[in-house]
Design a protein around this ligand. Structure first.
Ligand SMILES: [Mg+2]
Length: 477
């Protein structure tokens, strides 16, 4: 086991401003909820691979014996199968229920390593898929709890750790041929000068965002054009279009979007894994006259060598990948194979904050930009903390970093993201911003919530547009 213990084990529990009486609390329950939103009814979130997503959350709540102190996080899914994720989170109860909040907060790397190292559960991965994402939910809920006890948002809690403490949170197993703990320490120490100024800048003017709101594949041409114009008016300098169902449609939609936003705005495209390698290269070549800035998930996220081939063929367009990359090992190999220009990490895909710290450090080692994936439900709320820590404490003042924004479902959170003038404002409330409103939990819990009582049979029929089918017919609004 190469997990490194934190140099100062009690550091998180004793940071200045910690509410020490809450740190004495004990975790008494890990409750899991199946929460689903019927987004498929409006085609919100539709893409070439996922034509009818119902954005869903397997919502984890760490309850303590201190009044009002809870840790919250979620796994994002798109509907059917959310109950499987809920069951996977529940299977981790024995790792955390009964433990002292201060002890858990002081060794979040140890919590992560213990769950990843649970040999019986590990059989279900290893370190990939449902079980790994469930571990991510529990790790993230523990970070939420630790941050609430410390009285800080997660990004700031991370920023206030020493480089040694951050290195102590990372599991370097399988990584050290590309990144050693000593190299990670060097990267973090190199980011120390100017950190206070970057924190001040972040608190003053936020973090740059781009928007995917105009580009869902199920939206009509009129809606695409109108929302693209609106995005520019709202201050965004990059938008993203979903592509990959049909090249002629992609060219038409790209033309409309380019006309709507003008030449100075970046347009990224996202094929959501739809293409094979040769198919990807040809389809991207057809879009080249309209200058796609990056091409996201042109093929399978496991296709490391294929992504490298695509990248070589489509330059200067960039390859972006990450939201479905299962773990830090695949990220390492993508970097070693020069298969990606942009890593689109996700707060809820890998095993939580700790594994994402490893990925941020790997990206910094290889000089590759991290532009996190967000959207869904709660993903913007959570991943903003990782992007902001990357800026403040890891990658430093690098250009071309931008964080995805989608304007859906934020109203269900007690501390929703604030995006204005094309920038995320830094969250200031303690925690990970993943707490759902009680009324939303009641209304959207599946299958008993009021919303689902009105939609009987919604999940009974399989998708009418299976992912293996020929071009999806665009469905206008
Ligand atoms: Mg994507």
């Amino acid at each position: 086991m190469t997990h490194v213990q934190p140099e100062v084990p009690a550091a998180i529990a004793t940071v200045p401003g910690a509410v020490t009486d809450r740190a004495g609390a004990r975790i008494v329950a890990l409750d899991c909820y199946d929460v689903r939103f019927p987004t498929s009814l409006q085609h919100d979130g539709s893409d070439a691979m996922n034509p009818d997503p119902d954005y869903s959350a397997a919502y984890a709540v760490l309850r303590t014996d201190a009044p009002g102190l809870e840790g919250h996080a979620l796994c994002f899914t798109i509907g059917r199968g959310n109950e499987v994720m809920v069951a996977a989170i529940a299977a981790l109860r024995h790792h955390i229920v009964g433990r002292n909040v201060a002890d858990v907060s002081a060794d979040l790397g140890g919590l992560s390593a213990a769950m990843i190292g649970d040999s019986q559960l590990r059989w279900l991965g290893p370190e990939k898929g449902v079980m790994h994402m469930a571990i991510g939910a529990v790790v993230n809920a523990a970070w939420d709890l630790a941050a609430k006890v410390a009285g800080k948002p997660v990004w700031r809690l991370l920023a206030d750790l020493t480089p040694e403490q951050v290195v102590g949170l990372v599991d370097f197993r399988y990584l050290d041929d590309a990144l050693t703990p000593a190299e990670a320490l060097e990267i973090l120490r190199a980011a120390q000068p100017g950190k206070a100024a970057r924190i001040a800048e972040l608190e003053r003017s936020g973090y740059p965002a781009y928007t995917t709101t105009p580009g869902w594949i199920g939206y009509s041409d009129e809606k695409l054009t109108e929302l693209s114009r609106q995005a520019v008016a709202d201050g965004f300098t990059q938008i993203k279009l979903k592509v990959g169902a049909d090249t002629a449609d992609d060219v038409r939609r790209m033309t409309l979007a380019r006309e709507a936003v003008g030449p100075g705005i970046r347009i990224a495209v996202d094929a959501n894994q739809r293409w094979g390698i040769a198919e990807a290269t040809a389809a991207i070549a057809a879009l080249a006259p309209w200058q796609p800035y990056w091409v996201e998930e042109p093929t399978s996220p496991d296709e490391i060598l294929g992504l490298a081939k695509i990248r070589a063929a489509i330059a200067p367009a960039k390859v972006a990948v990450g939201e479905h990359v299962a773990n830090r090992v695949i990220f390492k190999q993508l970097l070693q194979a020069q298969a990606a220009d942009v890593l689109t990490i996700d707060a809820c895909r890998v095993a939580g904050v700790n594994e994402n710290l490893a990925i941020l450090l790997l990206a910094a080692k290889f000089g590759v930009a991290v532009c996190p994936h967000a959207g869904g439900v709660g993903l913007c709320e959570m991943v903003q903390h990782l992007a902001m820590f990357d800026f403040v404490g890891v990658s430093g003042p690098r250009a071309d970093r931008v964080l995805e924004y989608v304007d859906h479902l934020h109203e269900h959170f007690t501390d929703p993201v604030r995006v204005t003038g094309g920038r995320y404002l830094a969250p200031s409330a303690p925690g990970f911003s993943a707490t759902l409103r009680q009324q939303s939990l009641r209304d959207y819990e599946f299958p008993h919530g009021a919303v689902w009582q009105r939609l009987p049979g919604h999940f009974d029929n399989p998708s009418k547009a299976p992912v293996t089918a020929a071009p999806i017919v665009q469905q206008g609004q």
